[in-house]
Design a protein around this ligand. Structure first.
Ligand SMILES: [Zn+2]
Length: 115
């Protein structure tokens, strides 16, 4: 590649003085020349990519928060059901799932009383 014929026209502030970037410029934009770092469309594309990445992260966080909320709601429903049925008598040989629900309900009720 040949040496750039233009220098970057981006105004910069370095070492306590203002000036132009001055690096070799290969990118033209609206009549001015820029190095890759200061080429406005390149900067815009980078910002856009960063924003998209951030949006993805945000969406994932939101989804996780929504899932946790749903889990908590279902847990509350299960707890309410277990507590509601805690005093029902299940004879041996009855549905083990119902016996378990009754056990859990009793234990939950005890724990909540202790709060
Ligand atoms: Zn530059």
């Amino acid at each position: 590649m040949s040496k750039a014929e233009h220098t970057c026209e981006k105004r910069v502030f370095t070492n306590h003085h203002r000036g132009l970037c001055g690096r070799g410029a290969r990118y033209e934009h609206e009549g001015r020349w820029y190095c890759k770092t200061h080429h406005p469309p390149t900067i815009e594309a980078k910002n856009k990519a960063r924003l998209e990445k951030w949006k993805c992260k945000w969406a994932a966080k939101n989804k996780a928060r929504e899932r946790d909320k749903n889990i908590n709601t279902r847990r509350d429903e299960l707890e309410a059901l277990a507590i509601e049925h805690k005093d029902e008598f299940w004879a041996p040989g009855e549905d083990p799932l119902r016996i378990k629900l009754s056990d859990i309900g009793r234990q939950l009720a005890e724990l909540r009383e202790g709060e």
